[in-house]
Design a protein around this ligand. Structure first.
Ligand SMILES: Cc1cc2nc3c(=O)[nH]c(=O)nc-3n(C[C@H](O)[C@H](O)[C@H](O)COP(=O)(O)O)c2cc1C
Length: 340
C-alpha cells in the first residue's frame, strides 16, 4: 500500500512519513532504518556537536548511497547561528534536505539551496510560517504544541490547515505533534498536510539512540503525563530564547520544580550537577524524557520499519473506508429526516 503526496514526490520517498531530527536520539541507525523502510530520515544535529555529526554522517551516508536513498540533516537554527560551519560539514555529504527549526532560517537558506538541498522549515505559528516562506522554504513543518521537545502553544488541529492555506499549492506542509499511528497520519492528510513528521513515536523504537528506560517510560506514560516547561532547560543550563518551551514527561524533578523556576535557578549549583549526573547515568527520576502527548498512543517498542508499515497500512485503510463512512452518514440522516 502506498500513499503518494506532494512530499513523497518532492523528497523522492515511498511513504509520507518523516523522522524528525531529534537531538541525539535520531542518529544514524534510526535514520537508516527509516530510509530503508521508505520514509525520510533526518539526522538530529540538534545543538550542533561536531564530533557527533561527523560520526553519524560517516555511518549514515555510505548506507544511504548504497541504497540510493535520500537523507537529511536537521539543526536548531538559533544554535546553528553560533557555529555555522556545521552546516558546511553537513552539506559536504550531499543531504537532499536540511531541516531548520526554532529561529530565522533566512541567513542559511541561500547556502542550503545553492548546495541543491531542499529547505525544510519547522514552524510553530503563522508569523513564523510567513518568515520561512519569505526565506524560500520548500516544505513547511507545522508543529503543534502536543509535540515532544521544544515548541510553542498552537494546537495542531487549527495550525496545520491554517499553514496549508498560507503556504498555497506550491509549498507542501507536513504535520508534526501528537501523531503516533495511522489515525494521525490519515487525519493530517485530511487537514491538507502532505505528510507527517514523528518524534516521540520514533523515540520508542528499537533503533533509536537512548536508554531503554526512557523508551519504557514513553510506553508507560499516558497522554496526560507530559508538561511544556523550562525546567529541564534551566536544569541543564541551556536556556532557550522565548517563546519556546520544552515538553517532557513528568518525573520527580519536574514535579518538584514546575512553577518554582526561580527557586530552581537559585539552587542551580547543586541541582545542575545532580541533573548532569542523572543524564549520564540514565536516572529518569531526575533527567527528562523528552516526549509529547503522543506517548499515550504508544504501547510498544517496535523496529522503525515495522512502525512505518503499520502507520501507512492503517492510514490507507482508514482513508479507503472514508467514502463508505460518508454514505453511511447520509443514509442515516436521510432515514432520520424521513422519520420526522
Ligand atoms: C526527544 C526529542 C528531541 C527533539 N529534538 C529536536 C531537535 O533537535 N530539533 C528539532 O527541530 N525538533 C526536535 N524535536 C521536535 C520534533 O522536531 C517534532 O516537532 C516533534 O517530535 C513532533 O511531535 P511528536 O513528538 O508528538 O511526534 C524533538 C522531539 C523529541 C521528542
Amino acid at each position: 500500500m502506498q500513499l503518494q503526496t506532494a512530499v513523497t514526490r518532492l523528497l523522492d520517498i515511498e511513504h509520507p512519513v518523516l523522522l524528525a531530527p531529534m537531538d541525539l536520539v535520531a542518529d544514524a541507525p534510526l535514520a537508516a532504518a527509516v530510509i530503508r523502510a521508505g520514509g525520510y530520515g533526518f539526522l538530529g544535529g540538534g545543538y550542533g556537536e561536531e564530533g557527533w555529526l561527523l560520526r553519524e554522517l560517516a555511518a549514515l551516508v555510505p548506507a544511504a548511497r548504497k541504497t540510493h536513498c535520500p537523507f537529511g540533516v536537521g539543526f536548531i537554527t538559533w544554535s546553528l547561528a553560533r557555529q555555522p560551519r556545521l552546516l558546511e560539514i553537513a552539506l559536504e555529504q550531499g543531504p537532499s534536505a536540511v531541516w531548520l527549526s526554532f529561529g530565522d532560517p533566512a541567513p542559511f537558506a541561500p547556502r542550503i539551496k545553492a548546495a541543491g538541498a531542499k529547505l525544510v522549515c519547522q514552524v510553530q505559528t503563522e508569523a513564523m510560517a510567513r518568515q520561512a516562506l519569505d526565506a524560500g522554504a520548500d516544505i513547511l513543518v507545522a508543529q503543534g504544541a502536543e509535540a515532544g521537545g521544544h515548541g510553542v502553544s498552537r494546537g495542531s488541529l487549527a495550525l496545520v490547515p491554517a499553514l496549508v492555506d498560507l503556504a498555497g499549492p506550491d509549498v507542501p506542509v507536513v504535520a508534526a505533534g501528537g501523531i503516533a499511528d495511522g489515525r494521525g497520519l490519515a487525519a493530517a492528510l485530511m487537514l491538507g498536510a502532505s505528510g507527517v513528521a514523528l518524534g516521540t513515536r520514533f523515540y520508542a523504537t528499537v533503533e533509536a539512540a537512548g536508554f531503554d528506560a526512557a523508551k519504557r517510560r514513553i510506553v508507560e506514560a499516558s497522554g496526560d503525563d507530559s508538561l511544556r516547561s523550562v525546567v529541564f532547560d534551566i536544569s541543564r543550563r541551556n536556556v532557550w530564547p522565548a517563546p519556546f518551551t520544552g515538553r517532557c514527561l513528568y518525573n520527580e524533578h519536574l514535579r518538584r520544580w514546575a512553577g518554582r523556576e526561580l527557586d530552581l535557578m537559585r539552587a542551580l549549583g547543586t541541582e545542575g550537577e545532580r541533573y548532569a549526573a542523572a543524564r549520564v547515568s540514565g536516572d529518569f527520576d531526575t533527567a527528562a524524557v523528552i516526549a509529547g502527548e503522543a506517548s499515550g498512543l504508544i504501547h510498544d517498542v517496535p523496529r522503525a520499519g515495522e512502525l512505518i508499515r503499520r502507520l501507512v497500512e492503517e492510514a490507507a485503510g482508514l482513508l479507503s473506508a472514508a467514502p463508505g463512512f460518508l454514505a453511511e452518514n447520509s443514509r442515516q440522516s436521510l432515514a432520520s429526516m424521513e422519520a420526522k
